[in-house]
Design a binder for this molecule. Structure first.
Ligand code: G6P
Length: 276
């Protein structure tokens, strides 16, 4: 789907409720999309904002309550490759709102044992974009799940990019045997980086060409990822040099921040991306 508004543009896919592009008029894209991304049924798009649900990362790294319902080895769940349904499009002189739904029912029984209804709502304006994912449990037994809005952001140079807002925050470093560390100062990138921070605080991302503010809703964990040179060479749909011009800042409910819903209960996870 393409959004052509006088003040901004966006592109999203029914597969995965996946936003791959957003920019106010006359600006370059606020989201990074791989030059070698594939757009094929059942294949995750490399870039934009993949929706990781109902688990984040590899199943084995999830808490037992979450893992118990997972029936596959695949990373990041099935919502990012499932076909969503367009629910509504609203347009005003300032804003466009698009909502999509996914009925996570027994069609996905090979991947997950659970029942839930997802609603993803995007809001676009000249000031920025917002992605909000609500999960409503429909099963009689409680569901435990983890998730992330896995935003890929562009930078002119990863070596001159920093994230502020995580100073003094604890994190788990997936590259240091999943050990627990404490952040000192801003997050900077010196190579492969893969961390889950115990925070959902607002973040300022500074790149050589400008700043973005990310504000989370319903999140107490944030993933910061850059594949670095070696992993970039192994990664699917990812040019070897591209790690120098992107970073992922993922608004999450991961590790101990997983959520549990009883029948009829809902949880909302969202991210607002603005320029400052
Ligand atoms: O290749 P994917 O399944 O899309 O995962 C891409 C990346 O997602 C997250 O950021 C994880 O923390 C990384 O460990 C993983 O490599």
């Amino acid at each position: 789907m393409e959004v052509h508004h006088p003040q901004f543009r966006a592109r999203l896919f029914l597969q995965g409720a996946h936003l791959t592009s957003f920019a106010p008029r006359d600006e370059s894209d606020w989201l990074w999309l791989s030059d070698t991304a594939r757009f094929e049924p059942g294949h995750a798009i490399r870039g934009g904002i993949p929706v990781c649900w109902p688990w984040f990362g590899v199943p084995d790294r999830n808490p037992p309550e979450v893992r118990r319902r997972i029936k596959t080895d695949a990373s990041h769940g099935f919502a990012r490759t499932a076909l969503w349904t367009l629910e509504d499009v609203r347009e005003t002189a300032q804003e466009v709102e698009i909502s999509l739904s996914l009925d996570a029912n027994t069609d996905f029984a090979d991947a997950w044992d659970g029942r839930a209804l997802l609603l993803m709502t995007f809001n676009f304006s000249a000031d920025g974009c917002q992605a909000v994912l609500s999960t409503t449990s429909l099963g009689s037994a409680p569901i435990a799940f983890s998730q992330a809005l896995h935003s890929y952001l562009p930078t002119a140079d990863i070596h001159h990019t920093r994230i502020e807002g995580l100073d003094d925050c604890g994190y788990v470093d997936a590259l240091q045997d999943w050990s627990y560390r404490t952040q000192r100062g801003a997050v900077r990138f010196e190579g492969e980086t893969d961390r889950i921070y115990e925070s959902g605080a607002p973040l300022i991302i500074t790149t050589p060409t400008g700043n973005r503010k990310l504000t989370a809703i319903g999140s107490d964990s944030t993933v910061v990822w850059n594949p670095g040179a070696d992993k970039a060479a192994r990664l699917s749909d990812f040019p070897d040099e591209a790690w120098q011009s992107m970073l992922c800042v993922e608004t999450a409910n991961a590790l101990g921040d997983y959520r549990v819903l009883n029948e009829g209960q809902s949880h909302t996870l969202g991210v607002m991306i603005e320029s400052i």
